[in-house]
Design a protein around this ligand. Structure first.
Ligand code: AMP
Ligand code: MN
Ligand code: MN
Ligand code: MN
Length: 254
């Protein structure tokens, strides 16, 4: 995890492998002083994490990582310091959950047609719900020896443009930003380098995020080189985005 401040992490409420309470314990053990839990499209883990953080004396920011569509790219917008009881945000997360249920079924059907049967059920069992994410599909495929590792699952099957990739009707950038701001939070563009955009498209995406009211941008996400951090720092300055940082923690290293 990223010390002393980590504003981007996942728990079992989405595709992380530690429960919200275990995540906060791990963060404390790593020396994290201020933590945000930012599960994909859900606020379900926030209450447990906040309670544990209070007990352990870790400063806690309730967060979320919302999936949006920008020109058919899946872009992630982190919301920090959100009120999870906000109606506008609640209605969006409900919509996102329905999208995830449908998408998971379609991914399952695609995999079935590719000769990988039972993966939808396996992914649901790992997620403990009906809306497993692609990471759950990847983990199940690994557990069955169908692929070497999670990265391989994305490269061969689940990644953008691959045979089991489902173009998802995620909401527009503006919708996510508005819901985050309505809930009193700050909107942060997550990991700009992960979208495989050309330099020109990256600037266009940042301009669109700025125009839609976006306020922050991650200049540090997980492991990255100094050159990458420098490049993101320059971009954040150019667009006057407040810099954010996080590990994007999902699982303990095996
Ligand atoms: P989803 O939100 O269901 O579309 O899944 C996106 C998640 O899949 C990301 O948050 C990561 O946890 C995981 N993921 C995406 N790309 C890769 C990859 N190449 N290798 C491993 N995990 C990945
Ligand atoms: Mn994830
Ligand atoms: Mn992300
Ligand atoms: Mn993330």
């Amino acid at each position: 995890m990223l010390t002393p401040i980590d504003w981007h992490t996942h728990s079992t409420a989405s595709d992380g492998t530690l429960s919200p309470a275990a995540l906060v314990h791990h963060a404390r053990d790593c020396g994290v002083e201020e933590l945000a839990l930012t599960d994909h499209d859900t606020t379900a883990g926030l209450e447990e994490a906040a309670r544990t953080a209070r007990q352990l004396g870790v400063r806690f920011l309730p967060g979320i990582e919302i999936s949006v569509d920008w020109r058919r790219h899946d872009i992630h917008i982190v919301g920090l310091n959100i009120d999870s009881e906000d109606c506008s945000l609640k209605s969006l997360t409900q919509q996102l959950a329905e999208i995830r249920v449908q998408r998971a079924r379609t991914i399952g059907t695609r995999l079935e047609k590719l000769g990988h049967s039972g993966v939808y059920e396996g992914a649901c069992a790992l997620a403990k719900n009906e809306r497993p994410g692609r990471a759950h599909f990847a983990r199940y495929l690994v557990s069955q020896g169908r692929v070497k590792n999670e990265g391989d699952a994305f490269k061969r099957l689940l990644g953008r443009g691959k045979p089991a990739y489902v173009a998802t009707g995620w909401p527009a950038l503006e919708i996510a930003i508005k819901a985050i701001h309505d809930a009193g939070g700050w909107s942060v563009l997550a990991h700009p380098l992960r979208y495989q955009l050309t330099a020109t498209k990256m600037r266009e995406m940042m301009a669109a995020f700025k125009t839609a009211g976006g306020v922050g941008m991650e200049i540090l996400n997980g492991r990255q080189t100094q050159d990458e951090t420098d490049r993101l720092t320059r971009l954040a300055q150019r667009f006057e985005f407040i810099p954010s940082r996080g590990s994007d923690f999902h699982a303990l290293q095996r």
